[in-house]
Design a protein around this ligand. Structure first.
Ligand SMILES: [Zn+2]
Length: 457
């Protein structure tokens, strides 16, 4: 099993300087490769990453002398990434995606309509792309809480590598003003497996009001860091843009005017400070969110033999501007990716309820479908049996049932038998514990999911 451990580096200013330059050469190489790719393509040739790399290696020291100071790994990976980006673009086109138009408004309009777009690889720009570079597995050495990197030597890490196994490689990257090393390890399955502490079968109803409602009745609130930090973000953003305007005036550009291409604005220390503060705030927001989704996904997998979640169309929901902020603030997309790989680690069965499965509408006590249930109804009473339901809890129970009735044979129940199963009536409705596909939406029912997430209480 391939796992990655990302560890913060405790670096000095000389090391950070090297990291910046290495990330810069990586970006430069990508841009060189892309320009050359485009040029060859226009002249009717068929470019390949391998040939481009050879071509680049033949000229790099003569044309770009600063490459002599950099370790070759820092720019060896760019061509492979470029090839991957092109392959993805062509694969997306083949799968029916539309070529993304150049205009931003046009792209937004198409996305709102639910059109899938294929993006050509684009040029990277300093400050607008991730700063990172690769280090091959035979070029670095780990020793407890330190790593020996080429050209700069020993760098301290905040913790030791967590996984045992064959080290495949590492990527050094920057977030705000901190540098990290992400080490990929091929961990033998026997070592990677984690122990479960309980064997419940859990249905999880995801929402914006409460991030998760479990079939056991527990509701889990998300921290919503963006909402909390929005005011501070605005203040810091405004402060930075004022500094930028001042720099423009100093460079002789009028207030609010466009910066001509190729102009370098003077960078003041205060502008640097402010931009760092803004980046740190963004990083903090992301950290709070990641911490929450990691803890929730780990907990669910650790304590359950089966977890049932709705197969929400997160990308589709994000196209809804009103909802996008609230949804991305909870981090559903991230949660989904995490729970998928952690389910493997804990040998937990992950069941995905069909996207159109009306989990809220069935009465979990008698199985009657309440067609009249409105999106604004947070609680309701079943007309057939008189049970009073909390909307989300009822949905979670119905989801849980998908694992107990259809997906999980009784023989699979674990030995300590701490399951929430009982004799339950089969529910009608489409149940497909199927894999997720980001396909085009026909719009039917998608609104249900969106509205379900913003339903007022
Ligand atoms: Zn009922």
């Amino acid at each position: 099993m391939r796992l990655t451990h990302k560890i913060a580096l405790v670096s000095n200013s000389a090391q950070r300087d090297y990291f910046c330059r290495a990330a810069g050469t990586n970006r430069f190489t990508w841009n060189w490769g892309l320009a050359e790719w485009n040029r060859q393509h226009e002249s009717g040739r068929k470019p390949s990453a391998m040939r481009l790399k050879k071509q680049f290696n033949a000229i790099k020291y003569a044309q770009f002398p600063w490459f002599v100071d950099m370790h070759r790994d820092s720019h060896a990976q760019a061509f492979e990434h470029l090839a991957r980006a092109w392959n993805k673009f062509f694969a997306d086109l083949k799968a029916g995606a539309r070529r993304a138009p150049d205009s931003k408004e046009e792209r937004r309009r198409l996305k709102k309509m639910g059109v899938r777009l294929a993006y050509r690889p684009c040029f990277k720009r300093k400050g607008q792309c991730e700063d990172s570079f690769y280090v091959a597995n035979d070029k670095f050495k780990l020793d407890g809480k330190s790593i020996r990197l080429p050209k700069i030597g020993l760098v301290e890490m905040t913790e030791a590598l967590r996984y045992e196994g064959k080290i495949l490689g590492a990527t050094v990257s920057r977030t705000a003003d901190r540098w990290f090393v992400a080490i990929q390890v091929d961990v033998p399955d026997a070592k990677a497996m984690r122990r479960r502490t309980a064997d419940v079968i859990e249905g999880v109803d995801l929402g914006v009001k409460a991030a998760a409602t479990l079939s056991s009745g527990e509701t889990i609130e998300a921290p919503k860091p963006l909402k909390a930090a929005l005011r501070r973000l605005k203040i810091r953003g405004r402060r930075l843009s004022r500094r930028l305007e001042a720099a423009k005036v100093r460079a002789g550009i009028k207030r609010g005017g466009r910066i001509p291409k190729g102009t370098r604005l003077p960078v003041s220390n205060n502008r640097m400070k402010d931009s760092r503060a803004l980046a740190r705030l963004h990083a903090r927001i992301a950290n709070v969110r990641t911490d929450f989704t990691h803890k929730l996904s780990t907990r669910l997998c650790r304590e359950s033999q089966a977890v049932v979640i709705e197969d929400l169309n997160v990308k589709g929901m994000l196209a809804n501007e009103k909802l996008a902020r609230a949804i991305s603030d909870v981090g559903f997309g991230m949660f989904r990716r995490q729970i998928e790989y952690k389910a493997k680690l804990f040998d937990t069965r992950l069941v995905l309820a069909d996207r159109w499965y009306p989990s809220s509408k069935f009465c979990s006590a008698c199985g009657t479908k309440n067609e009249a249930l409105a999106l604004s109804d947070r609680t309701w009473t079943c007309a057939a049996c008189g049970t009073h339901h909390d909307r989300d809890h009822n949905a979670a129970i119905n989801l849980q049932r998908l694992a107990t009735v259809t997906a999980l044979p009784a023989a699979k129940l674990a030995s300590n038998g701490d399951t929430a199963t009982g004799k339950v009536p089969a529910v009608d409705g489409k149940v497909t514990p199927a894999r997720h596909e980001f396909g085009q939406q026909d719009g039917s029912g998608q609104e249900k999911n969106r509205a379900h997430l913003c339903a007022p209480s």
